[in-house]
Design a protein around this ligand. Structure first.
Ligand code: NAP
Length: 339
């Protein structure tokens, strides 16, 4: 008989993504049988609320026990995903992993349900990866444009909030801002430079060719999700002093012509995307408006007259929601719906 309630584990429950996962499980009335919350020794013994109950946080240790867990949302660190992803999968748990560790593995589906839910059928290892928080909104916008007009090349510049780095980075932006406004000395610990009142063209680590790891992820993950291994994609990733929501300026070159109005119609019909595009009335997506929302917002849709078949547009999406926790919960819901 098909299960109707599920035991869910949140690994990294006290982090920026973990806390958002609990909110989303509550809001969407996810059919919980039980919740197991895991974090480091520092947080063990504390508790967090979800669906009207307090759930005790357990220290994550190799001994688990993990048997009986149906789904694990793993949102801690790359090292935790590397060690515990396979361990949980061996214990029969369906692992939905937020880290970059498994995303490019050929036998691990990399899924945004609105774009490629069909890839879930190939989850032979019981591990499913969610994309980077900048890739997810990008592919949601590219998918309908690609289906209609074939995307030849994408040039994306990101404006990424500090919550993309986690809870400690949010604290750092607030503390630095307070210090600067009180004429005190600023400490930079999470980032290599002051982030308050600044922009850092640096997300992740630098590779040999000078590309940031975040830029490489956007290229590789976009190609994998859209099943276009040769698609020409290039990215510049920038950290900005915004608490929540990533923005992206995107230039798209297509094979076939697509007017801005046709693009607006296609994007309006895409589930999970909202076209918010009325510049004459000064309406366009902004992080402050998109924070806490599930949808990916797109605006400033206009022709790029410097090339044949070019479009420019602007995307804003909540990195902790669709960029992480919401996408993971939607994957679990899609798996339940397919069972
Ligand atoms: N933030 C985003 O927008 C975003 C988007 C997509 C993917 N991700 C990925 O999601 C993951 C979590 O990111 P985050 O932003 O939520 O980070 P975070 O705010 O720094 O939270 C990290 C979590 O991991 C736990 N943790 C750290 N070391 C641990 C250990 N040794 N054993 C057990 N638990 C440990 C922490 O527990 P304690 O509180 O006990 O230390 C905390 O719950 C990362 O893999 C990140 O790349 C993040």
């Amino acid at each position: 008989m098909k299960k109707t309630r599920y035991t869910v584990a949140v690994i990294g429950a006290t982090g920026a993504v973990g806390r958002e996962s609990l909110e989303i499980l509550q809001e969407r009335k996810f059919p919980l049988e039980a919740l197991r919350l895991f974090a480091s020794k520092r947080s063990a013994g504390e508790s967090l609320p979800c669906q009207g109950r307090e759930w005790r946080i357990e220290e994550l240790t190799p001994g688990g026990p993990f048997e009986g867990i149906d789904f694990a949302f793993v949102s801690a660190t790359d090292a935790i995903s590397r060690e515990y992803g396979p361990r949980l999968a061996e214990a029969g748990v369906t692992v939905i992993d937020d880290s970059a560790v498994f995303r490019m593995d050929a036998d691990v589906p990399l899924v945004v349900p609105e774009v490629n839910a069909h890839a879930l059928a190939s989850a032979t290892r019981r591990i499913i990866a969610i994309p980077n928080c900048t890739t997810t909104p990008l592919v949601m916008v590219l998918k309908p444009i690609h289906d209609a007009a074939r995307v030849k090349r994408v040039v994306v510049t990101t404006f990424q909030s500090v919550s993309g780095t986690g809870a400690a980075a949010m604290d750092e932006l607030i503390e630095q801002t307070k210090a600067l406004l009180s004429f005190k000395e600023v400490k930079a610990e999470v980032y290599p430079h002051q982030i308050a009142f600044n922009c850092l063209p640096h997300v992740g680590s630098f590779g040999e060719g000078g590309e940031c790891s975040e830029e490489t992820k956007i290229v590789n993950e976009t190609r994998k999700i859209l099943e276009e291994p040769q698609m020409r994609v290039t990215a510049t990733t920038v950290r900005v002093p915004v608490l929540r929501c990533h923005s992206e300026a995107v230039n798209i070159e297509t094979e076939r012509p697509l007017t801005p109005n046709e693009a607006r119609a296609l994007l309006s019909a895409m589930p999970g995307v909202i076209v918010f595009d009325d510049p004459v009335r000064k309406l366009y997506p902004m992080p402050l408006d998109a924070a806490g929302k599930d949808e990916v917002f797109v605006g400033r849709i206009r022709e790029d007259r410097s090339i044949t078949n070019g479009l420019n547009l602007w995307i804003v999406s909540d990195n902790l929601r669709k960029g992480a926790a919401l996408n993971a919960v939607q994957i679990a819901e899609a798996i339940i719906a397919r069972a």
